[in-house]
Design a protein around this ligand. Structure first.
Ligand code: ME8
Length: 479
């Protein structure tokens, strides 16, 4: 039987430094969806990776006193370790220095040229190396600083190949309007449509001044612009990996900072090549850390690894996705992760599992291994609602529902009925109360799996053997 496929990607992150919590956020979300659809029986291909060419990487390598290749090779294991620690179950880790990728990129750029979508022009522009992007003078702070990185832009004057993006506006609008290319959330889609409507400029897609890149086909003096090289990863992967993903991708996940590239430049390139656009591009929000933009100079860049070591992978996964809606901006901090760990996880879910199993054991109660049956009216609908929240990338709502409709009522029932008193004269009712909690726990275990795979695994074992062990040990106890 042919399984329905699901090809999901994260951005390939710039490898100029170690991964931070922002990278972790998108990657965790992608992992939740990958696990969710795999459980539903779909043939999932989940890809993440690193963006290894361009001026930004060359600059970081030089600072480190290494060749670019040596530098990126040294950082790849840092990303892989972070993903392993966070229990990210990706299928391939894509690197743009992959030789096959380099070759396919050249073939594709050549095709763009043959199809009449490239033109060589003299170009002068203001470039931010950190963004790998040109700016218009009126977009800059004091006419010289990048609005994002606050660093001085560089004047580039060179002959470049231009991709004739302006020719593709109508086709692009058509793909978006017919839903062949979906953009989410809705507000972002409208932003993109109005950008296209206000007119698209052609984009320079080669660099004469950057050596660290893929040689431009037919013009060895130039390299392929790093964004063209990077965006193509999603497609070249379908040619590189045997039994790999098939095009079009079902979902590209990213944040709003790079939506323009993903929702305009990328589909336009594909349209020019007569290739289908991705089915969906979804841009989540940007979060601040302790109320401020994450930045090295402020010193608030959160490294996910020590957080995982302290709170566990599942607490980090849970806290990030629970804290604010996925499509919106928000704020995160270690304190918020610690709070979620204590209140929702240790005192909420952990406590429910622990006391339910302890009492079943202590009072030698017979409980049936069944989920849902004893659960109050409407519980099935909550389950449906949770599934639809996940499918619509509404992770915080899904988690809110799990806690509100499953975990909280069970803990409240125990507090109200006090089985430790009830057992003295009503064994039947005690059993009923704990059966309710036990059944709920079976459902919870299934439904939290994509979010908290390690916890789900531990819960499963404990529910089978009925031997309780703390799921989320208090942080003080650990140290
Ligand atoms: O842009 N909040 O790489 P990058 C939420 N190489 N998400 C965040 C975040 C934050 N504060 N900071 C980073 C690049 N992210 C290119 C991509 S793809 C063909 C090439 C996440 O290392 C979010 O997913 O700058 C954002 O889009 C991405 O990291 C940018 O990663």
């Amino acid at each position: 039987m042919n399984k329905e496929k699901f090809y999901i990607t994260t951005p390939i992150y710039y490898i100029n430094d170690i991964p931070h919590i922002g990278h972790a956020y998108t990657t965790i979300a992608a992992d939740v969806l990958a696990r969710y659809y795999k459980k539903l029986g779909r043939e999932v291909f989940f890809m993440t990776g690193t963006d290894e060419h361009g001026a930004k990487i060359a600059e970081a390598a030089e600072k480190a006193g290494k060749s670019p290749k040596e530098f990126v090779d040294g950082l790849v294991p840092k990303f892989k370790t972070a993903w392993e620690k966070l229990n990210i179950e990706y299928d391939e880790f894509f690197r743009t220095t992959n030789k096959e990728h380099e070759k396919i990129v050249q073939e594709i750029v050549q095709k763009l040229k043959e199809k009449g979508y490239l033109e060589k022009r003299e170009y002068e522009g203001l470039y931010c190396v950190a963004c790998e992007k040109f700016y218009m003078p009126d977009e800059l702070i004091k006419g010289k600083l990048c609005p994002d990185h606050k660093r001085e832009v560089i004047k580039y004057k060179e002959e470049n190949y231009f991709f004739l993006l302006s020719k593709l506006s109508e086709k692009l609008i058509d793909k978006i309007k017919t839903g062949e290319l979906k953009i989410g959330p809705e507000t972002r889609k409208n932003e993109i449509l109005s950008k296209i409507n206000s007119g698209l400029d052609d984009v320079s897609i080669s660099r004469a001044a950057v050596d660290w890149g893929i040689p431009f086909p037919g013009d060895p003096e130039q390299t392929v612009y790093v964004w063209v090289d990077a965006l193509l990863n999603y497609y070249t992967a379908t040619k590189i990996y045997k039994n790999g993903p098939s095009w079009p991708a079902d979902l590209h996940l990213l944040a709003k900072d790079i939506l323009w590239f993903h929702a305009i430049v990328w589909p336009a390139m594909l349209i020019a090549l007569d290739i289908k656009p991705p089915k969906m591009v979804f841009a989540h929000g940007f979060f601040t850390v302790d109320g401020q933009k994450m930045s090295k100079s402020i010193g608030n860049v959160l490294d996910p690894i020590p957080l995982v070591d302290k709170y566990g992978a599942d607490a980090v996964r849970y806290a990030l996705l629970r804290e604010f809606p996925f499509g919106q901006d928000g704020d995160i901090s270690e304190e918020k992760i610690a709070q979620r760990h204590t209140s929702d996880l240790a005192n909420g879910l952990g406590n429910l599992l622990n006391r339910t199993l302890s009492m079943i054991n202590r009072y030698e109660l017979k409980v049936k291994d069944e989920s849902m049956k004893l659960v109050v009216d409407g519980a099935k609908d909550h389950q449906k609602e949770i599934h639809s929240f996940i499918e619509n990338l509404n992770f915080s709502e899904a988690l809110f529902d799990i806690w509100t409709f499953y975990i909280k009522p069970s803990n409240e029932l125990i507090d109200k009925e006090k089985p430790w008193e009830l057992i003295k004269n009503d064994m039947g009712k005690t059993t009923a109360v704990l059966q309710y909690c036990y059944s709920n726990l079976i459902s919870i275990q299934e439904i939290i799996y994509p979010f908290m795979p390690e916890t789900a695994e531990k819960m499963k074992k404990q529910l089978e053997t009925k031997k309780p062990e703390p799921l989320f040990p208090r942080i003080e106890e650990k140290q």
